[in-house]
Write a protein of this length. Structure first.
Length: 116
């Protein structure tokens, strides 16, 4: 793999993780390995309220289903069965987990004990 390819992959990962709900989804999945869409929406709304994000469960559900979850699937981080609404961490990505550990620490200082 060339440096250019590695840079492109890193850029793709960072762009994918920019939206906080995507990061929070992965934080939850690293802890739980799988989660239902309804439970994810409930937990993300709770976290969102803790940091002043004003979003309804319906808005979040729609956005997750049509935007965030497909992007995480495309990146190979999760699998999502829209019929059963099960979301599963596909495999452990050591580099991704290292990055998420760092971002979670930064966010933890912002939202304190609200993250899992």
């Amino acid at each position: 793999m060339t440096n250019t390819t590695k840079e492109t992959e890193l850029d793709d990962v960072l762009r994918t993780l920019t939206p906080h709900y995507r990061r929070w989804t992965l934080y939850l999945l690293i802890e739980q390995k799988e989660i239902t869409l309804d439970k994810l929406v409930t937990e993300l709304c709770t976290l969102g309220e803790a940091v002043g994000k004003d979003v309804t469960e319906v808005e979040l559900l729609t956005h997750l289903h049509h935007v965030d979850l497909p992007k995480l699937v495309d990146m190979g981080f999760i699998s999502y069965d829209s019929e059963s609404e099960e979301i599963v961490l596909v495999r452990d990505h050591n580099d991704l987990q290292d990055l998420l550990t760092t971002t979670k620490k930064w966010e933890h200082t912002i939202i304190q004990d609200k993250l899992p």
